[in-house]
Structure formats: structure tokens, C-alpha cells
Design a protein. Structure first.
Length: 543
């Protein structure tokens, strides 16, 4: 169990949370939610001990499993050793034991200490440590061939998986995971869900994956109104319950505002009369109420709406024998085509979900489709073979996985957006920016100062301005909070154009898609139906 008593954290005049007291009970799985900037990662660091609360006390168990965000901290170590480090007492004992064995001669004291260390190693299941670590790595799609490599040799996504295995290793009493599904493909997310459902300690996780939170969490601890309120159930359950909480808090705020107005009216009417003591009393009450800051909600909801300027032709895309081979080896050391020659046709209104493990060619296929298309990022990409023919009146709006590269540095948010349609008035540009939470002075923010989430929202502004009839989105939910992801989900369901979407977000896949391109074993399967139907087909085939 983790206990929090009267914890407060501020940054300058901004209150993240104040006098928070709560308990995270063993056997329960908590999702820590709130919009970007609400203080989720700060609160997580307070729980782990990385940050000291400005006020209050945190009591935590001895063995914590923590998903570390510094991908480079373990570059000098083997992958398998990095995982074992998740059990700090075991790793310390193993290192000390090795140092003693490396001595030219052992003293009696050394021999006695070795006996103690062997006891620690045994108590911590150290003799099975490498085998247990390997099982975790395999579940997270890190092959055996990588286990002996140095962390510095791994790509970013692989490093995150290894660090996740580190957090899970050693049967910790509590798991604290900050965005554990980042960089995980759908199969790895499902494996993680099953693992966490079987976990019997205290789990606290930050995630922007609604499906993951609903599948895993027994409770949601939501940061809002400068406090943390715990709700029973998953994320969707919290949203329903929060309506009444929001109504109650905002009603209290309104009552306080009315009370101040009534007191000020009394002071104005009787300040010159004989009721000086009553006036002074009411002045003190006004001062007390006015200096107590109103608890405001952190929630900000963007409004995303993708319209089309004009419809495309009925036949949107013809692909014949498309393939790509890189000159350099793939990350696993293999050569050859990323995927077998692929042939398909798209009709107006198709919403295709590109799914599959990381590294199977989803982004490569997207770039191959865009090769040669004018005025689109990655249009200079060179496909190896095959023909791609876009239909009549095709207008493409593209959101690249490396989306920050699409935004010109050295300008402001408003200037950059206005450059895509100079005929729009300044007010119209501000209106679009406001829909995506760039309000007031935010429109003058320098593009080089944008966070990942702000850059994503600015690209959505561009797509809303241009109104393309084909949207190609490659991992658009990275860096978005849950409110923005939910708004994106609704907008894509209502979109009347054609959509190609690369994502590991299961809710988007299930609720938006009408068709699936599945990347697996070096080929692409084109299923002309929704994801649930495709899953049923796979299950029947497996039987």
C-alpha cells in the first residue's frame, strides 16, 4: 500500500494539487488521469521519491517497480542485466558477490560475507533471475538474440520495452508505470494487460490509452480541481461519475461568488451608518472568501472537425505490386523487402486501420503511397517497386509520425498556420487555433517552443484549414491527452472522406475503422471489414 497525507505541490503561483490525502491499496489497479500539465508525472515522482513533496508525507513499500523515462541511463549495461536491476537488493548482492570473487585472495571475513550474499541471492530468486528476465523480455517482443547486447545498441522503442521489463521484474510490492503503452504495438499491449491483471500488488499507471485503462484499472485517481479524487471502475466509469462531482464543485463556486456579492452589497449600503461592527465583520468575511482561491477544473476540450472542401472521385487509390527494400539491413539484421508485393484498391469513404507489430512496415507503406505526390511531406521517398495511382480530385492531408519536422521553425503558431491559406482573415485563423486550445497569446507562441502535444494540435489545425478529402495519419495520438484523443476519435468517426490510420489505440481501431491492413510475417493482409470481424476470422482460422 502507498499512503499519501496532506501532500501539496505548487509551481510558482500555480497549484497542481493541495493537501491531498489518499491511499493506494494493495490488490487494486489505479489509473492516474488528468489533462497534460495537470501534474500527473509530478505526482508520480512524489510517489516514487524522486521528488520531495513541498508539504505532506508519503509512505511507500520497500520494493517499488518503476518505469523509468530516461532511455539512456543504462546504455553501458547488457539488456538482461538492465532488467535484473529492477530488483535493487538482488542486483546489489550480485555485484558485491562478483567483486569478492574477483579478488586474488579471500579473507575469512570475505567468505562470511559471501555466505550472506548467497542467502540474499537465494531469497530474491537470483538463481533464476536471467531466465525470469528473459521471459519478460520475450513477452514484450525483445528476441533472445538481443538479450546479451548493450542497451546503447537498441532503438528507442526497444529501450522502452526493456525498461518496462525492468519495472516488472522482481515481484515488486507496488508498480508505478508512467505511460507504459508508449511505443508498444497492440500485441504487446495485450500481453501487458494480461500481466497486470494477474498482478497482486498496488498498481498506479499513467496512460492516455482509454481501452487500456478500462481493461486494467479497478479505480481511477483523477487530478482535477487542485486535488485527487478516486473513482471506482475504469476510465469510462470515472467520466460518468465525474459529472456529479463537477456539478457539485461548480455549484459551490457559484454559491461563494454570490455570497461575496451579497456581503459587498451590505458593506456598500451600511458603511456610512451605525452598523460599523457588522460592516467590519463582513469585510473580513469577504477578504477570507476572496483570498481562498477557487478550485478550477484543469480540463480543456479541443474541438476537432475534419471537413472536405470537395469530394474525391469514387475510386480513391489503386496499388499494384507495391514493395520496398532498404539498402541497409533491417533492425533485426535481415535483408530483403519489408513486406511482400502488395495490391489493393480504396473506395471513397473507406477508413483503413494499419495494424501490426512495430517494424513490420506500416510507416514504410504510408511513405511509399505518398511517393511523388506533390506538396506532401515524405513525397521524395523512393519506393522499390510497384505502381500507385491516386484517383480524381485526390487531396491528401498527412500527419507524419515525425510530425514536428513538418512545422517550420522561427515563426509563430498563427503565422505558420496562416501561410497555408493567406486569404483567410486573422480572426478565422485565430478561431481555428482556439478550437485546438491555442487561445489568446498562445497564438503568438514560437514554433520552436512547442511541446509534442502542441505540435500535434497545430497540425490538426492545418488539416482542419485545408479540408482534404483523404486523411493519412501515422500515430497521431502520441503526445495527446485523453481529452484530445477522445475528440480525435469522434471527429474521425464523423469524417466523410477516406482515412488511412496507423495506430495501436484499440478504441480508435474498433470505433473508427471500416477496414484493416494487417502487417505480419512480411506480408500485408487486406481485410475488407472492421477489426472485430477480422479478429473473429482469425480466431476461426486458428481453430
Amino acid at each position: 500500500m502507498i499512503s499519501v497525507s496532506n501532500v501539496t505541490m505548487r509551481y510558482g503561483s500555480k497549484i497542481l494539487f493541495e493537501d491531498v490525502s489518499t491511499q493506494f491499496i494493495s490488490g487494486r489497479r489505479y489509473g492516474l488521469t488528468g489533462p497534460n500539465g495537470a501534474g500527473k508525472s509530478t505526482f508520480m515522482k512524489v510517489l516514487t521519491g524522486e521528488l520531495e513533496a513541498q508539504k505532506g508525507i508519503v509512505v511507500r513499500p520497500r520494493k517499488l517497480g518503476i518505469l523509468r523515462q530516461d532511455q539512456y541511463a543504462f546504455d553501458a549495461y547488457r539488456v538482461i542485466d538492465t532488467v535484473i536491476m529492477g530488483n535493487a537488493p538482488l542486483w546489489a548482492a550480485l555485484e558485491e558477490r562478483e567483486n569478492l570473487y574477483n579478488k586474488a585472495e579471500l579473507t575469512d571475513e570475505d567468505g562470511s560475507r559471501l555466505g550472506e550474499l548467497e542467502g540474499i541471492v537465494g531469497d530474491e530468486n537470483g538463481y533464476e533471475a536471467e531466465a525470469d528476465a528473459a521471459i519478460l523480455l520475450q513477452g514484450l517482443d525483445i528476441p533472445d538474440s538481443v538479450h546479451e547486447r548493450k542497451m546503447s545498441e537498441l532503438q528507442g522503442g526497444q529501450k522502452v520495452r526493456v525498461l518496462l521489463a525492468q519495472a516488472l521484474f522482481g515481484s515488486p510490492d507496488a508498480l508505478l508505470l508512467d505511460e507504459p503503452t508508449n511505443y508498444l504495438d497492440l500485441e504487446s499491449v495485450h500481453w501487458l494487460q494480461d500481466f497486470l491483471l494477474a498482478y497482486r500488488g498496488t498498481l498506479i499507471t499513467i496512460s492516455h490509452d482509454r481501452h487500456f485503462l478500462n481493461a486494467v484499472c479497478t479505480h481511477i485517481a483523477d487530478i482535477d480541481y487542485q486535488t485527487i479524487i478516486t473513482y471506482n471502475g475504469g476510465y469510462d466509469d470515472m467520466v460518468l461519475q465525474k459529472v456529479s462531482v463537477r456539478t457539485r464543485i461548480e455549484s459551490q463556486n457559484e454559491e461563494r461568488t454570490k455570497k461575496i456579492e451579497q456581503l459587498q452589497d451590505f458593506i456598500a449600503r451600511f458603511s456610512a451608518g451605525t452598523r460599523s461592527s457588522q460592516v467590519n465583520s463582513r469585510k473580513k468575511e469577504v477578504e477570507r472568501l476572496a483570498t481562498t482561491e477557487l478550485a478550477r477544473s484543469n480540463i480543456q476540450r479541443p474541438f476537432i472537425r475534419f471537413d472536405t472542401l470537395r469530394p474525391s472521385g469514387k475510386h480513391v487509390l489503386d496499388v499494384e505490386g507495391l514493395s520496398k527494400t532498404y539498402d541497409t539491413p533491417a533492425p533485426d539484421g535481415t535483408h530483403g523487402p519489408v513486406f511482400a508485393p502488395f495490391t489493393s484498391q480504396l473506395m471513397r469513404g473507406d477508413k483503413v486501420m494499419l495494424i501490426g507489430r512495430n517494424g513490420t512496415g506500416k510507416t514504410t507503406l504510408i511513405k511509399s503511397l505518398l511517393s511523388g505526390f506533390p506538396d506532401v511531406q515524405d513525397s521524395d521517398f523512393d519506393r522499390t517497386q510497384g505502381d500507385v495511382k491516386w484517383g480524381h480530385e485526390a487531396q491528401i492531408g498527412y500527419f507524419a509520425q515525425d510530425h514536428k519536422a513538418a512545422i517550420q521553425m522561427g515563426t509563430t503558431v498563427a503565422e505558420w498556420l496562416h501561410g497555408f491559406d493567406s486569404k483567410k482573415s486573422t480572426e478565422e485563423i485565430r478561431g481555428i487555433l482556439g478550437q485546438m486550445l491555442f487561445r489568446g497569446e498562445e497564438g503568438t507562441k514560437r514554433t520552436e517552443a512547442l511541446s509534442g502535444g502542441e505540435a500535434a494540435r497545430l497540425l490538426f489545425c492545418k488539416l482542419m484549414l485545408q479540408k482534404p478529402n483523404i486523411l493519412i495519419l501515422d500515430e497521431p495520438t502520441n503526445h495527446l491527452d485523453l481529452e484530445s484523443i477522445n475528440a480525435l476519435n469522434e471527429s474521425l468517426q464523423k469524417y466523410e472522406g477516406t482515412l488511412l490510420l496507423v495506430t495501436h489505440d484499440q478504441d480508435l481501431i474498433e470505433e473508427v475503422g471500416t477496414r484493416v491492413w494487417h502487417f505480419e510475417h512480411g506480408k500485408v493482409t487486406d481485410h475488407k471489414g472492421p477489426y472485430a470481424e477480422y479478429q473473429q476470422q482469425l480466431a476461426m482460422t486458428a481453430k
